[in-house]
Design a protein around this ligand. Sequence first.
Ligand SMILES: [Zn+2]
Ligand SMILES: [Zn+2]
Length: 216
Amino acid sequence: MSCAFDLAHYADLLAAAKAGGYRFVFFDREPQAGELLLRHDVDLSLDAALELAELEAEAGAHATYFLMTQSIFYNLASREGERTLAGLRELGHRVGLHAVYPHLDLDDRFDPVVAWHNPDRDFMGEPLDGAVNVMQSGYFDPDHYRSDSNQRWRSGCPHDELAAGGFEWLQLLTHPEIWAYSGETMRETMLTMLDAERDRDLERLAEDRIDMEPLS
Ligand SMILES: [Zn+2]
Ligand SMILES: [Zn+2]
């Protein structure tokens, strides 16, 4: 099996988790043996988040999507943002806050669960008032955690270990952009995403009644 960062292999990962007997759970209590926390930090693209969310729903998997209120790449308060929030919930997923330290804008759009964006070590795992920090002890420790950061698995792709039930429990962090857009490297994937975003921006311009027809 090739461990490509694409939707086909993401589906393989879900199938492996099922073969390994894992249950998909949320960040509403500490994970128990046999449980899998699917976590998605949505850094760049709402479209990618929805695409992955649909794939998961079809596979009978449930995840928690962490969305930003302070992204410079998307606007959660826009119609697209609202549509994404509603779509993720309709598909059976949960939504947490992907927060930029130290701002905690936890409002009723979010479940009480927070993942810091690009955290420093000194606050990364600190417990929070009234919300779960995904990196606090009980939800996180290095042996129960895998992440696809910058299109690289630090400890290898976990599909074999999942299929074999090798993790007691696991928090699996993946970034939808990496899987929804094609590319052998993070650079290639980001360039594919930017091409897609350009097409989306042209649609957005038309929807915003920008007339790009040449003057006749
Ligand atoms: Zn793999
Ligand atoms: Zn992030």
